[in-house]
Design a protein around this ligand. Structure first.
Ligand code: 76R
Length: 236
């Protein structure tokens, strides 16, 4: 039998980048006794120098101390960023893997509105409160989103978009697709001008048909975004 030869793992190999959009990794970490701030900063700087966006945030509560939203072309480079953080003495206690996408209900949007969905510039200016959670649409015996017609789903998603737009200037959503790659179907990252904007938008949407009947949610993480030095200083 001939031996299978694997290529070296490389972030330049485009087979590890989505054909459309970016790779996304949310990392939720705690500090270990070996935590080295300088080396976390080098990890951050080196990913940014490679053209990746890294958004650091200090997390509130017991689930984790510091979080990073990392996005860019290659899953390999995101993996290396994770490795660099772990070598710096951070322990990853939770995470989420996803990809940017244009929702099928937004596929009719003009190109200039789709482009920022695929390649967003984050965080949105003035919105430094962040929350994250996984979300799926229910596949129950009675309420099964995936057995509805496209027209019915589209009608509900238009309703969802309309109630979302009432939060223009206060909340921006980043919905990244994760069906088949992580535990939920989407990662929902919300950026809010004020912490209560996050609470209000999620509460309001609980009444949208699409969420009231079909929304299923994972654990929530909430934090505050800042530059890497101040987020480290606030977290440890
Ligand atoms: O992209 C667009 O702006 C078009 C309209 C739109 C789509 C297609 C939109 C707008 N969303 C879309 C898709 Mn949303 N969103 C959530 C949550 O649903 C909940 O109950 C809570 C989680 C919030 C708070 C929120 C906010 N949205 C989606 C999808 C993917 C569905 C699919 O593709 O099948 C999910 C899972 C989801 C969840 N949404 C908006 C908002 C807000 C504030 C808007 C206004 C536009 C914006 O700020 O980007």
């Amino acid at each position: 039998m001939s031996e299978v030869v694997f290529p070296p793992l490389s972030s330049q190999d485009e087979s590890f980048s989505p054909k459309e959009g970016w790779s996304v990794l949310h990392l939720f970490c705690k500090g270990t006794a070996n935590l080295d701030f300088a080396s976390v900063m080098v990890a951050h700087k080196s990913a940014v120098a490679d053209g990746y966006q890294i958004i650091p945030f200090g997390l509130l509560g017991h689930k984790a101390q510091i979080g990073f939203l990392a996005l860019g072309p290659s899953f390999v480079r995101l993996k290396e960023f994770q490795r660099d953080l772990e070598r710096s003495g951070l322990s990853v206690v939770d995470s989420y893997v996803s990809m940017t996408e244009v929702s099928e209900y937004a596929s009719g949007m003009p190109k200039d509105r789709k482009e920022p969905r695929l390649h967003p510039l984050l965080p949105p200016s003035g919105m430094y409160n962040i929350c994250f959670y996984g979300m799926s649409k229910k596949r129950g015996e009675k309420d099964n989103w995936y057995s509805l017609s496209y027209e019915e789903r589209e009608r509900m998603m238009f309703g969802h978009g309309a109630s979302g737009r009432a939060f223009a200037g206060r909340v921006v959503q980043l919905v990244t697709g994760s069906t088949g790659v992580d535990d939920y179907e989407w990662g929902v990252t919300l950026f809010g001008a004020r912490p209560d904007d996050l609470k209000e938008v999620v509460y309001t949407m609980r009444f949208d048909e699409a969420s009231a009947l079909y929304g299923e949610f994972g654990p929530f993480y909430t934090g505050v975004i800042g530059d890497i030095e101040s987020v480290l200083a606030a977290s440890f």
